[in-house]
Design a protein around this ligand. Structure first.
Ligand SMILES: *Cc1c(COP(=O)(O)O)cnc(C)c1O
Length: 401
């Protein structure tokens, strides 16, 4: 008899959880490239379309390879169910379309991913969804933002690029006392380091494009939640709006999950060593990394993120503010010979970026200043290269005029 899923450890589920093998006995999960499915009988087709019988009907509604990815991610997040989408942003859109209507209110942090702020604050505002953006780390500000119409609190922790951490358990309590739900964007920590559902979150959102794939190949997104939310609230949106994850992309991310834990551990270990080295570097003014004791939410991060700061850090070059700092940061970036100048993150190759002119380029200088995204700030999403080579590459610019 096969062991029950609940008897297996997460390491095992990370490589084993999937739909049943086909009659061919493939060991690596099959990639089902098909847009439609042949129905066993007209009666059965009718029951499947009515939702009274399990079985695939059409590619927009479901696919066995996509289902394997969803089952495996749900197992890793400790969620009852998961529903995947074409990208991280379309997962957020699906969540909002499923949960919210005109007049409903959302509370988010103002240091969330830029496209998330635009989607909720601007695009959904056109449809009457109201929002308040508060300080990431100020629990009292989240509480104060609650209105009778608040349906959703949406947090991202740690954030990009300053790695600010918010208290998931405290936000879950605020949400539940207000009759609202808490969603956590778990892109940066991933289930390898942080399990928001165990801390009280109702929904975990992912950009599979980042660490879940882990090798910078495909776009993907997902929501992990209760079976009821997935089946009754999100699936109907997927069926009518069609932000479906492509089977090939699902297969790539499914295989990425098999190595997620060991990648996150190795990349986070390098990030900690790099952060410590940068902290003592004569050309560096400040380092933001939750694994450092100097980080304002170090204790919270260590408790909430399995003792790890994650694989992303940022630092400020030493220079007078403004144009001079920007020129110093550009000099460091343009001197790189090994690492990639790229605004993506979650790759085995280390990616280095200048947030003030890219991800946060649309903000005014005043907004950037208040967000702490200064001109001298450089973000490093640490990959798997040897630490010596990463340090030498940064020193090319840091140590030259
Ligand atoms: C990249 C990212 C997203 C959006 O995901 P896409 O797959 O690019 O649509 C959302 N949140 C965070 C924290 C991200 O880094």
């Amino acid at each position: 008899m096969k062991p029950k899923k609940t008897d297996l450890h997460r390491d095992t589920l990370a490589v084993r959880e999937a739909v049943e093998r086909s009659q061919y006995g493939e060991n690596s999960e099959a990639l089902y490239l098909t847009s439609g499915y042949v129905q066993p009988s007209a009666e059965s087709a009718a029951r499947r379309f009515a939702g009274d019988e399990e079985g695939f009907t059409y590619g927009r509604y479901g696919n066995p390879t996509v289902a394997s990815f969803e089952q495996r991610l749900a197992a890793l997040e400790g969620a009852e169910a998961c529903i995947s989408t074409a990208s991280g942003m379309s997962a957020i859109l699906m969540m909002c379309m499923g949960l919210l209507k005109a007049g409903d209110h959302v509370v988010c942090s103002h240091s969330m991913f830029g496209s998330t702020i635009k989607l909720i604050g601007t695009d959904l505002a056109k449809f009457g969804v109201e929002s308040t953006f508060v300080s990431q780390t100020d629990v009292a500000a989240w509480q104060a933002a609650i209105q009778p119409t608040t349906r959703l609190l949406f947090a991202e922790t740690p954030t990009n690029p300053l790695t600010e951490v918010c208290d998931i358990r405290a936000l879950a309590d605020i949400a539940h006392n207000a009759g609202a739900l808490l969603c956590v964007d778990n892109c940066f920590a991933t289930p390898a380091l942080q399990l928001p559902i165990a801390l009280g979150a109702d929904i975990v959102m992912h950009s599979g494009t980042k660490y879940l794939d882990g090798q910078g190949r495909v776009m993907a997104g997902a929501l992990c939640a209760s079976q009821e939310l997935v089946t009754k609230t999100f699936l109907p949106v997927l069926k009518s709006a069609g932000m479906t994850l492509a089977p090939f992309n699902a297969w790539v991310v499914l295989k990425g999950l098999e190595t997620l834990d060991i990648r996150m551990q190795a990349q986070s270990a390098r990030a900690l060593q790099l952060a410590q080295w940068l902290q003592d570097h004569p050309a560096v003014a400040r380092v933001h990394y939750p694994g450092l004791a100097s980080h304002p939410q170090h204790a919270l991060a260590m408790a909430q993120q399995s003792g790890s700061g994650g694989a992303v850090l940022s630092f400020e070059v030493k220079a007078a503010a403004g144009d001079e700092a920007r020129a110093r940061a550009f000099h460091v970036l343009d001197s790189l010979q090994v690492m990639s100048l790229s605004t993506n993150l979650g790759d085995t190759k280390t990616l280095v970026a200048h947030p003030a002119s890219t991800s946060h380029g649309r903000l005014t200088e005043a907004q950037r200043q208040s967000a702490g995204v200064v001109q001298g700030l450089i973000r490093v999403a640490v990959g798997l290269e040897h630490l010596d080579d990463i340090q030498t590459d940064l020193d090319r610019g840091l140590l030259t005029p």
